[in-house]
Design a binder for this molecule. Structure first.
Ligand code: ITT
Length: 190
């Protein structure tokens, strides 16, 4: 495979995906570089949304296309924000407003268990899927400046620092890295 479309408009995700594949010769083309917008994410599951995003560009360009749909599931909030992670605070949500909303929903609750999930679809002649999950907990305050989204609040199991504080280490241990590992093997064979 010499070209791969990455169907995302999220610069944080794009950076992580590019870094993960930086030792491969495949040329990565993002949705922004193609001047494309994104389809409405009407799916009820990560898989449905990832497939929808991948299909939107694959059907047009016929170049293998990768899409990531991901979210943060907080146990005591019955899995929210989950597939609604990007717009947890409503249609005009920002990373900051989502984080503030999450902190206020949790208040001082001591059960702060959460997990991050990434479902990656690679669409070419076949649909390939890979899932990555990382368990952890939600911090009481925002910490760190690296990464994006809920990174300043998520402390992965086995660490005392948030994804943001772990900075570039995140790219080896994250839910997305776990999902991308399998996809990388597939790409090498295509
Ligand atoms: P694309 O659809 O264009 O890829 P998006 O941001 O809308 O970008 P999703 O629909 O998959 O992507 O929403 C995932 C949201 O979950 C994302 O906006 C973040 O708020 C959060 N999220 C996902 N992965 C994350 C990560 O590694 N670190 C922090 N937050 C993350």
């Amino acid at each position: 495979m010499d070209k791969l479309i990455v169907a995302t408009h999220n610069q944080g995700k794009l950076r992580e995906i590019k870094q993960f594949f930086c030792d491969m010769s495949v040329k990565i083309i993002s949705a922004d570089e193609l001047g494309e917008d994104s389809p409405r994410e009407t799916g009820k599951t990560y898989r449905e949304n990832a497939l929808l995003k991948a299909r939107y560009l694959y059907d047009k360009y016929r170049i293998p296309t990768l899409a990531d749909d991901s979210g943060l599931e907080v146990k005591i909030l019955n899995g929210l924000p989950g597939v609604y992670s990007a717009r947890f605070d409503g249609p005009k949500a920002t990373y900051e407003s989502n984080n503030i909303k999450l902190l206020s929903k949790l208040g001082n609750k001591s059960d702060r268990r959460a997990k991050f999930i990434s479902v990656i679809i690679l669409l070419s002649d076949t649909i390939y899927q890979s899932i990555g999950k990382v368990s952890g907990r939600i911090a009481y305050n925002l910490s760190g400046v690296g990464g994006f989204g809920y990174d300043p609040l998520f402390i992965p199991l086995g660490y005392q620092k948030t994804y943001s504080e772990l900075a570039c280490k995140k790219r080896f241990i994250s839910h997305r890295a776990i999902a991308l590992k399998k996809i990388k093997k597939i790409i090498k064979k295509l």
